[in-house]
Design a protein around this ligand. Structure first.
Ligand SMILES: [Zn+2]
Ligand SMILES: [Zn+2]
Length: 211
């Protein structure tokens, strides 16, 4: 089992994660949200080797510039949201700048991930699952005992599909696939507490703040 430390970041409480192998301290950061100081603090004694993005809504990437300024490591995202990292309209930071803290314009990705791909950082290995619906290029990252689900699935519900690029039928298909892939694993979502699938049945998509 990998070690996981969560940092709740920004105005809509986005979860950023430090994930590391307990023996080697090989580590990645997942979703550096706004004001990532706590995330960087949690990572101070591990070996950060990459920054992984589940999807490029601003609340998951607004801390990327600061984190990338600290760690010169690959920034990885699915191809369908590569452009979102540098486009405030696509990452929705221009929609409500008072909330987002202004336009999020980068940095750009340095590499792409694809469905089924196995990512290895020293002894830390995560598998990519492309699970669109909340957004077109949304991915989850799965370890042997843990899954980082982004805004696909939360403890008390599922991701929104009413934001441009969202689609509820696609989300339902992704949820079905994710429930199989993540069976028995600890789920670390983009918002809220960790949980295990089966603890709670997901409810239909609902509106609310972007998440
Ligand atoms: Zn979110
Ligand atoms: Zn989102």
């Amino acid at each position: 089992m990998y070690e996981v430390q969560r940092a709740v970041l920004g105005p809509i409480a986005t979860n950023g994660y430090v994930v590391w192998h307990p023996d080697s301290l090989d580590a990645v950061l997942v979703d550096p949200g706004p004001g990532p100081g706590l995330l960087l603090h949690h990572a101070r004694s591990v070996q950060v080797q990459a920054i992984l993005i589940t999807h490029a809504h601003w609340d998951h990437i607004a801390g990327l510039a600061e984190v990338a300024g600290t760690y010169a490591v690959p920034i990885l995202i699915h191809a369908l949201e590569q452009d979102w990292l540098t486009d405030p309209a696509l990452n929705r930071s221009s929609v409500n700048p008072a909330l987002s803290g202004g336009p999020v314009t980068g940095p750009a990705a340095t590499g792409l991930v694809a469905d089924g791909e196995q990512l290895s950082f020293g002894r830390l290995t995560l598998t990519v699952a492309h699970l669109p619906g909340h957004s077109p290029g949304h991915v989850a990252y799965l370890g042997p005992d843990e899954a980082f689900s982004g805004d696909l699935l939360f403890e008390t519900g599922v991701g929104r599909t009413d934001i441009p690029g969202g689609d509820s039928d696609t989300l339902l298909r992704s949820l079905g696939r994710f429930r199989t892939l993540a069976q028995g694993k600890r789920i670390h979502p983009g918002h809220g507490r960790p949980f295990t699938i089966g603890q709670h049945e997901p409810t239909p998509p609902v509106g609310g703040p972007l998440r």
